[in-house]
Write a protein that binds this ligand. Structure first.
Ligand SMILES: NC(=O)c1ccc[n+]([C@@H]2O[C@H](COP(=O)([O-])OP(=O)(O)OC[C@H]3O[C@@H](n4cnc5c(N)ncnc54)[C@H](O)[C@@H]3O)[C@@H](O)[C@H]2O)c1
Length: 389
């Protein structure tokens, strides 16, 4: 299989629009790199910045028709929905407090949405979006980037096929170091992550803890039922949690632990998990994403490597390069985009079009209510049920 490199014969290309991503933005350029890599999307419209000059500059750089460079996302949603050839999806990569309104407007205009995480900043907003999306079965995907790694999917296949025996414990950490030196001199892109008006009710938890939490549910297929959180601020002057430890209970009585931090020196992008079963354990780290460590009771440890014939079928289906030619972060995001293209091609059947379940709006809702429940648990120093609706 060559998921990202099998470009002959080419597949239909999808016309896409972007909200956010003018000069100086962080993550939007990764979205664009991933779209180029998966070779299924053309950006034809955008509201790239709240600054009109930056917006025009980006639109011109992407060679857009002038009439499709919009100075506001509200104008973009209205104008695109009136066109005979509207965009087939919009990608929203603005700071968290600017997810709800564009999502709402594009969904109401009937335009499929790809939104970055966390979905929004309050449970009410999350439920409101989910009900609009569900009403018309409109495609909605969250970019939980790490789901796109082949060896994450390999771990998922092995766990769900019972290779570990009964799952007993799930551990995940997501540690970063950028805040450890202090708040002075942070870039605009990093600084808003400590402002509750923009980032939402949680800091490290909402930003990277949501990835970590989603990872455990994705891997195991089990839903969290209860949690006990401690949110801490260890760096003076930071406005939200920069560190959190969350004890988790999942369906079938499985225990779990999540640890996330922006202030852990020596950890560059340290997402790591370990799943412990009755017969074996499995470990993966995003800084060495090509391998998966499988350690059975009383037997030799095994290192599974991406692209080899003992990979699970769904792993091989999302790899592109031969083993030994390293795939990484951009490929993982591109695999997600390739999935999104496949799902968008399937129209009303989009939910079941991909080999692994798409991270849809309900996964986004779970990330938002995770933050809400952790704030409550941390304030009360108590276990709380995971909110279900
Ligand atoms: N999936 C991942 O792994 C991942 C990684 C990084 C960031 N993110 C998420 O991506 C989102 C963006 O984060 P970032 O680090 O790129 O932020 P950023 O601050 O670097 O970029 C935000 C962009 O939004 C634009 N913007 C702001 N207001 C706007 C408006 N009214 N209209 C149009 N554009 C507007 C800004 O000009 C900028 O281009 C966040 O929700 C973040 O959590 C996800």
């Amino acid at each position: 299989m060559a998921r990202l490199t099998g470009d002959i014969p080419g597949q239909r290309r999808l016309k896409i629009g972007m909200v956010g991503g003018g000069q100086g933005a962080y993550f939007a350029s990764y979205h664009r790199a991933a779209m180029r890599l998966c070779n299924r999307f053309d950006i034809v419209a955008g509201a790239f910045s709240s600054d009109p000059d930056k917006c025009r500059e980006a639109g011109a750089a992407f060679n857009l028709d002038e009439e499709r460079i919009y100075l506001s996302f509200a104008d973009m949603a209205a104008a695109e929905s009136r066109r005979p050839d509207p965009i087939e999806a919009v990608v929203i990569v603005t700071p968290n407090h600017l997810h709800f309104e564009p999502c709402r407007l594009f969904l109401q205009a009937g335009i499929p949405v790809i939104c970055d995480k966390p979905l929004v900043n309050s449970a009410d907003e999350a439920y409101a979006l989910a009900s609009i999306a569900d009403r018309h079965n409109t495609f909605f995907a969250l970019t939980y980037t790490y789901q796109g790694y082949p060896m994450v999917r390999d771990a998922r296949s092995r766990i769900q096929a019972g290779e570990l025996g009964d799952v007993r414990f799930m551990y995940v950490e997501y540690l970063l170091e950028w805040l450890a030196p202090g708040v002075e001199g942070l870039s605009k892109s990093l600084a808003w992550r400590g402002d509750p008006e923009m980032a939402g009710p949680t800091g490290a938890l909402g930003d990277v803890g949501t990835h970590a939490f989603n990872m455990l549910e994705f891997l195991s297929g089990r839903r969290c039922t209860n949690l006990n959180a401690k949110l801490s601020t260890v760096v003076p002057g930071w406005g939200l949690d920069d560190t959190c430890v969350v004890q988790l209970e999942f369906e079938d009585g499985i225990d779990g632990l999540l640890w996330a931090s922006f202030a852990a020196p020596g950890h560059r992008n340290g997402l790591r998990f370990k799943i412990v079963g009755s017969q074996a354990s499995i470990e993966w780290s995003q800084e060495s994403p090509e391998t998966l460590l499988f350690t059975p009771i009383d037997g030799a440890d095994r290192i599974h490597r991406r692209g080899q014939s003992d990979n699970a079928a769904q792993t091989l289906a999302c790899t592109s390069l031969p083993p030994g030619n390293t795939e990484g972060y951009l490929e993982a995001l591109a695999v997600l985009y390739a999935d999104f293209a496949e799902a968008l091609d399937a129209g009303a059947e989009w939910r079941t079009a991909t080999r692994v379940p798409l991270p849809d709006i309900h996964e986004g809702v779970r990330g938002v209510v995770l933050s809400q429940a952790c704030v409550e648990s941390s304030q009360r120093r108590a276990w709380v049920p995971f909110p279900e609706r």
